[in-house]
Design a protein around this ligand. Structure first.
Ligand SMILES: NC(=O)c1ccc[n+]([C@@H]2O[C@H](COP(=O)([O-])OP(=O)(O)OC[C@H]3O[C@@H](n4cnc5c(N)ncnc54)[C@H](OP(=O)(O)O)[C@@H]3O)[C@@H](O)[C@H]2O)c1
Length: 388
């Protein structure tokens, strides 16, 4: 009996769940899941569990230990293509297994490579159906897709705001704007992105741990970037915790050649890494920062503010993605800190926009996330930006 659309989506969801077992573990490779369905049941499954892992279709078919039945359907969240290094090995293992039907979620993320794997399967006589839950399958790899397409890390910012877009009271108090469920979701994204970033102000004011603490899992720490042009954070009498805790060798302070060498030495003595980038104005140059991240293989940074850092990223058009958690509270105070500031946009048609938007609810809070799309440079007066 042929499957109907909701059955196809049901099994693609199972393949997505399988792929998510590799959440945060596969960089710089994508997350990919595969399930084999026979007689309305999943009989084998596999996913990419680490960089360098063999293609999931090959592992799945090997774990099955026999030929798939004549009616078997193979579900793949991403087609076997060149970007995931599976064009030859993935296609070959599927053809050799004798499976006759393959259902695919996302195509290869690079436009020029799109459908190469599916076409190869079709040419070999297999029945191929594409685009099952395509948005979900593409969204799963937002970090990988950006990296492979643009050859630069994806820079994302997260903010937790009041209804009127404030990230802290006028006193600086910001704990907690959103509730526990939204904060647990942030922990999931911290676990996905290979690096987190904050500005010097947030580090001094909040002294965050910047680790991922998911209920029932061990505390996990990726790379922790601090953007600090003058090493103000190293001038503190008591250094922030991320310079002294057990994960301090995961901390990288990104500064400029205007920073004092004594402060650089103080951090390095603690075991903290320091990147000194050339800058004419004591500001970390984000294009250089991206380049350095690319060189060391860091493909995504999840910035958690504060307002000066994210506004500057936005103004420099260096922010690619935005996560906004909105809580049902309101300050109505001009002196409370806004998430973004310093722009001057006179027409709604010139506003920055989120595209490929995803929304989710966590208790009373709402998450809206998406890719930032910028107005054309001629439409906005970029000279008025100031984040003093
Ligand atoms: N609700 C939320 O989601 C959220 C998230 C994070 C933070 N917060 C709140 O935000 C507040 C802190 O925000 P903030 O705007 O004061 O601080 P911030 O953005 O964290 O840090 C600003 C400072 O970082 C340094 N910096 C930023 N961009 C730089 C660049 N390109 N190059 C070099 N240095 C750079 C500058 O230090 P110098 O001035 O020394 O040059 C700047 O003053 C706190 O109250 C915190 O609780 C809220």
């Amino acid at each position: 009996m042929p499957m109907n659309q909701s059955e196809k989506e049901f099994f693609m969801r199972a393949a997505l769940d399988e792929a998510k077992k590799g959440w945060g573990e596969t960089h710089p490779q994508p997350m990919i899941g595969a399930v084999l369905v026979e007689g309305g049941k999943v009989v084998a499954s596999a996913y990419i569990d680490r960089p360098g892992s063999r293609c999931p279709e090959a592992r799945l078919l090997e774990s099955l230990g026999r030929k798939p039945s004549a009616q078997a359907s193979l579900f793949l969240t991403m087609e076997p293509g060149p970007s995931s290094n599976r064009l030859e090995s993935g296609v070959r293992s599927i053809i050799d297994s004798g499976v006759k039907r393959v259902l695919i979620g996302a195509s290869d993320p690079v436009v020029e490579q799109e459908n190469k794997g599916s076409d190869a399967l079709k040419e070999a006589g297999l029945e191929v159906e594409r685009r099952i839950l395509i948005e979900d399958c593409e969204d799963l790899n937002l970090v990988f897709n950006h990296w492979i397409n643009h050859k630069t890390p994806i820079l994302a910012a997260k903010s937790a705001t009041t209804l009127d877009g404030k990230i802290a009271c006028r006193t600086g108090e910001s704990k907690w704007i959103t509730g526990e469920q939204a904060r647990q979701d942030v922990m999931r994204w911290r676990r996905l992105f290979p690096a987190i970033g904050v500005g010097a102000g947030t580090l001094i004011e909040d002294d965050p741990r910047l680790t991922s603490r998911i209920d029932g899992e061990e505390e996990w720490c990726g790379v922790r970037f601090v953007i600090d042009g003058l090493l103000r954070t190293a001038m503190e009498r008591f250094l922030p915790s991320i310079y002294t805790d057990d994960f301090r060798d995961n901390t990288i302070v990104v500064t400029t050649d205007a920073a004092g060498t004594g402060y650089i030495r103080r951090l390095e003595t603690e075991g903290v890494n320091v990147w000194v980038l050339p800058a004419s104005n004591m500001k970390v140059p984000f294009p250089e920062f991206r380049k350095k991240c690319y060189d060391v293989g860091i493909n995504g940074i999840y910035f958690e503010g504060g307002s000066k850092l994210t506004s500057e990223l936005l103004h420099m058009r260096e922010l690619d993605y935005h996560f906004n958690y909105r809580a049902p509270i309101l300050l109505g105070d001009d002196k409370a800190k806004p998430v973004y500031r310093g722009m001057r946009i006179e027409k709604l048609s010139h506003a920055l926009r989120l595209e490929r938007v995803c929304t989710e609810t966590f208790g009373d809070d709402q998450l809206m996330r998406g890719y930032l799309s910028y107005p054309s440079r001629s439409d906005v007066d970029e000279t008025v930006f100031s984040n003093d």
